[in-house]
Design a protein around this ligand. Sequence first.
Ligand code: ZN
Length: 558
Amino acid sequence: MSYQALYRVWRPQRFADLVGQQIVSTTLKNAIITKKISHAYLFAGPRGTGKTSAAKIFAKAVNCHHQQDGEPCNQCEICRAITAGQLNDVIEIDAASNNGVEQIRDIRDKVKYAPTQADYKVYIIDEVHMLSTGAFNALLKTLEEPPANVIFILATTEPHKIPLTIISRVQRFDFRRISAKDAFARMKYILDQKQVAYQEDALRVIANAAEGGMRDALSILDQALSFGEEQVTMEDALLVTGSVTKQLVREYFLQVADGDSAMALKTLTKIIGAGKDGQRFIEDLISFIRDVLLYQESPDLIDLPTTGFVKEDFEQLKNAATPMALYQMIDTLNDIQQEMRFTTHPDVYLEVLTVQLCQVRESRTDQEELDQLRQTVVSLQQEVTKLRQAPTVVEKKVMPPKPSRTNNKQALRINLVQINTILEHATRPDLEDLKELWGDILSLLDNAQGSLINISEPVAASPAGVVVSFDNNFLFEQANGGNLSDAMGAALQRLTGTERQVVFVPKDKWPQIRQDFLIEKGYLKNGGKKEAPKKSDDPVISQAEKLFGADAIEIHND
Ligand SMILES: [Zn+2]
């Protein structure tokens, strides 16, 4: 016997089996008990919430001569024929199929004939919003003068697409999304009946992944079962619900928390390779780190199954980094998320990010850091007190306030003295030479530093120094914060034999810095922007050109 999908085999046959639709079930049962049957019903709701199942149960209950409390007996000939889809008086039409219109026209012709075996003829029209205008009109005619003993049940996921003329002639029922709790209970019931072993957490993961559709939940469960072992494990559940990248995110987190940038960069490549969007990855990582933070506060603060991880995972994760480090990671992630919006090189940002996250671990012990720590401890203590007093906060996953950032975030630390010293002696050939060497410098730096260099360029050079610009303030900060300038100086010395001072500058600040320097030295008059240079033999212009090259001059014209 070929395998039958769970959702088919376990299609509800009684209102009592219909998951998560108590109001609908009760109302329909009451209609049957009190024999107050309408001519037309509209079952509206998301896919997989039991609309067509409810329609068939209703068709049975209304025709079954042994119904009890509004439930069909499912034993009699009529019930069994309807279940098998073999009763001529219950007609199922899929409006999404090509012959939808034809079938509706067919209804008009045949609707007047009395049912042959059952008491009521029941038309179940699925995806009714797909009907053409012509078909709707045909249907409307029938609904306007419904023959006796005919019931229409229209099912749709998109009720707003149905003409009001139709809506006004039907009794409407709204089917709700199945809660994860209900889906869990139903899967548990089915597996218990089938005597299949399972891990409860696995079912919770599936219930959450199904997002309100019982049919989806059972399809996922089917897939998990298809891994063969005749039992549902957490591992399988994570695999089929696409939580594999979640495991990679976890791996990545452990690596950056450990300061292992080489491994973290490898994992990053895997994550990107799995088709993960950069922004999405950062969002996932932020919510993941928040979960770890909450778990550190108290394991009760997170709803474990929704995270896609098990308790053992979190027990390991909670010791991976201090709350302070986690806050810093979230800060870094937030910063880079902003920056990444406009870039065409998200991969570069993610590499920089990875390195930056790895550096979070290196603890700095200056006074500023200690002050920040104290402040964090105080705010955490306050937050814990608050959380204990108001347990409802837990559900919203409200984060404790961030410790205040260091102020130098606002004011970029640009070393103007050093830059001006280099500019004093800057020459164009020096700059040209360095530009040619740039690729070689890259090869002398480690991965982390290399990814930063990738998005930098030398903009001025003297025999003793070089000014390097970075695409934006964030990258500039990253470069300034580490020991990149020393590493580059060392690389330059190896390549050129001379020691050079390396100074960084954010790209957008560079034109102003350069112009200020030229004005101060009398090479450019104040307001020189308007007096656009015309010829390159102008002594002022040629001086500027000597320093930075012809392309630099043009910037003053805009
Ligand atoms: Zn029956």
